[in-house]
Design a protein around this ligand. Structure first.
Ligand SMILES: [Fe+2]
Ligand SMILES: [Fe+2]
Length: 178
């Protein structure tokens, strides 16, 4: 094993795990908020339920990695609990299309975030990189199925998605630090 020397770049994988776990947790809360509002068994609700099950799988995996590596979760977890659910419920209350636009926006930012992490990780942590790679592919599927189901038909789509994306970027930066 090659020794780390001052000046070598090494990815901060604990911080990565913390923000990723926070993001997947937030995703489960968003979809829970949407499912609380959407009519049972409407096509959008069925799509959201499928995505929610995958988010739960992502979250469980990051929970396991955090426990194994003794990484503490973000202190902002209680905030993401409420903010995620509120975002999901609010968009679903606007319309089915707005709920889909929310997924479109969130998954766009998650894709950007995971891509950045993979570039930063390089060969540093193949175990974590493999999970991120796999989950990123599923987030892209979520984004694409939301778009295919008509996300862009939401009233105010450009403004709505821009606002949600900005919120996601703030949440990501905060969860890296706190
Ligand atoms: Fe996810
Ligand atoms: Fe997702």
């Amino acid at each position: 094993m090659s020794a780390w020397r001052p000046g070598d770049r090494r990815a901060d994988t604990a911080s990565m795990l913390r923000v990723d776990q926070a993001g997947e947790y937030g995703a489960t809360r968003i979809y829970a908020g949407q499912l609380a509002v959407l009519r049972r068994n409407c096509p959008e609700a069925r799509l959201v339920a499928r995505m929610a099950a995958q988010e739960q799988r992502h979250l469980t995996r990051f929970n396991t990695l955090m426990a194994e590596r003794r990484v503490r979760p973000t202190a902002l977890q209680p905030l993401w609990n409420v903010a995620g659910f509120a975002l999901g419920a609010a968009t679903a209350l606007m319309s089915e299309e707005a709920a889909l636009a929310c997924t479109d926006a969130v998954e766009t930012e998650i894709d950007r975030h995971y891509s950045q992490q993979l570039a930063e990780l390089g060969e540093d942590d193949p175990e974590l990189a493999a999970d991120i790679e796999e989950f990123r592919a599923e987030e892209l599927e979520h984004r694409d199925s939301a778009r295919a189901a008509g996300a862009a038909n939401a009233v105010g789509y450009p403004l709505l998605t821009a606002a949600i994306r900005a919120g996601c970027r703030v949440a990501i930066e905060l969860s890296k630090r706190v």
